[in-house]
Structures are given as C-alpha cells and as structure tokens.
Write a protein that binds this ligand. Structure first.
Ligand SMILES: [Fe+2]
Ligand SMILES: [Fe+2]
Length: 264
C-alpha cells in the first residue's frame, strides 16, 4: 500500500496534552523508574534533529516525498519530546532541548553506520544505501510505537496513558512511511537487500544506544520489554523486519534484548 504523503502533511499536528489532567501528578506522582524511562524517551525524541542531519547528507533527500516527510516527521518528534518534557516538568525534572542538541549534534547513528558504509562502499552506490536507512528508520519507529504502548499499559496513569497512546498513533504513521520506502527499495535491488541485511546484523542497536549511557538503555529495555508480554512485542518487531525482502530470519531486536539481559 502506498503511503499518502499529502494526507500525512495535511493531518500532521502537535500532539495534544492541554486537555489531559496532568495536575493529577501532584496527588499521584509517577514512580522513579517510570520517570527514568520517560527521561530517556524525551531525550531520544529531541535527538531526532541530529538523526535528520545525518539523513540529509544521504541521497535520500533528493526524493521529494522523502524530503516532505522528513520535515514533518522531525517536527512531530520534537513535539513528542516537548510533551514528555512537560510530564517530567511536573516532577521537577527539566530537560533543555537546546543544551541536548548542542551536545548530541556530535554523535548520532551516522557514527554507527559509517564503518559499515566504509566497508561496503567499494560495491555500493548511494541509492542502494537508502534502503538501509529506511529499514533502520522503520525499526526505530516500530520500537518507539511498542515502547509507548507498553509504558501506557504498564503505568496505567490515565493522563499519561492517553498521552502515550496519542504519541504511539503518530509513531505508527512514521512506521508506515519508512516501511513502505524500505519495502520498495529492497524489492528493487539485490544490492540494497544484501547491504541492508549486512548492516542490520552488524550494526543495529536499540534506539538511543550509543547516545545514552548503556545503564539507561538497559533500564528502559528491562522496564518495558522484560517478561512474556514485553518479549512478545519485541518478537513482533523482528517479524515485521523478517517480512521485508531479503531480511527473512533476522532476530536483531530480540538478540539486542538478550545481549542486555532482557528476557521473557
Ligand atoms: Fe516520537
Ligand atoms: Fe516516530
């Protein structure tokens, strides 16, 4: 199914929270382990601008639909960060976007993919590498959607759960874009399939790792995905990946969880 970029652009809006009763947090504050996970998620959302910076140096941005998507997607992710920062603010935790941005522009997924790119550059033309960026993006979005839905279920605070579900619905639209792009580009080129499979196996790691301290990665992954329900979500992401051309049988997300001691 084609992704309707016009519709996406027209319907895009700041995730709403003003109608949610965050003042409940005064009576019933969120527990420290949840705040710690929310802090991570906020940080990752705000980090999108750096990720976008890395995407814009690839040939991907020559495609008009991709360019339109990037612009709106970046804005939606920023607003997710802002909404989560509001929740954290109710608990006396301040997250400053500008400070984070200044620090984070120095690191990004480019650093993770660069060695892979270097190692295959002799055999690969730019266009075939876009498929890797797109499937990478799809996995990040599947992960984000799963993480928000899980936290909404686990925490059960009505206002928080509603906010997280609203964010998750936007993440699902991001999935649709990246997955459509990835499928199309993987289908079109054997080279793209080989490179994507190689890159994912060699370099994929959970969203935020390499940017956040490893202790924080382990905390969030354990909090959200340990136990049978959490690991079932993780396997669903691997199943989505496995249905992509050339990527059958990969279990990169489950492997990454197990490597961090997260288990059913
Ligand atoms: Fe987001
Ligand atoms: Fe997203």
């Amino acid at each position: 199914m084609a992704f309707d970029i016009e519709r996406f652009a027209t319907k895009s809006e700041r995730v709403q929270w003003k109608d949610l009763s965050f003042d409940d947090f005064r009576e019933k504050p969120l527990p420290p382990h949840t705040l710690r996970s929310l802090r991570y998620m906020c940080d990752v959302e705000y980090h999108t601008v750096c990720y976008l910076r890395d995407l814009l140096v690839t040939p991907a941005h020559e495609d008009e639909d991709v360019n339109t998507f990037f612009t709106i997607w970046n804005r939606e992710e920023f607003w997710h960060g802002e909404a989560l920062a509001e929740v954290l603010g109710w608990h006396g935790i301040t997250v400053n976007f500008d400070a984070l941005k200044a620090k984070r522009l120095k690191v990004g997924w480019k650093d993770r993919l660069d060695p892979v790119k270097q190692s295959v550059l002799g055999n690969v033309i730019g266009a075939d590498f876009i498929a890797t960026h797109m499937i990478w993006g799809a996995i990040n979005e599947w992960s984000a959607s799963a993480a928000y839905t899980r936290l909404a279920d686990l925490e059960g605070h009505p206002a928080l759960a509603e906010l997280l579900r609203r964010i998750a619905r936007q993440e699902a639209r991001h999935v649709a874009f990246y997955a459509t792009q990835a499928r199309k580009r993987l289908e079109a080129s054997k080279k793209a399939r080989v490179v994507a499979r190689f890159a994912l196996r060699k370099a994929w790691a959970p969203v935020g790792s390499g940017v956040m301290p490893e202790d924080e990665v382990v905390h969030v992954m354990t909090h959200l995905f340990s136990g049978p329900d959490g690991m079932a979500e993780i396997r669903r992401i691997d199943e989505h990946v496995g249905r992509m051309p050339g990527l059958d049988g990969l279990t990169i997300v489950e492997d990454a969880m197990r490597a961090r001691g997260v288990a059913a």
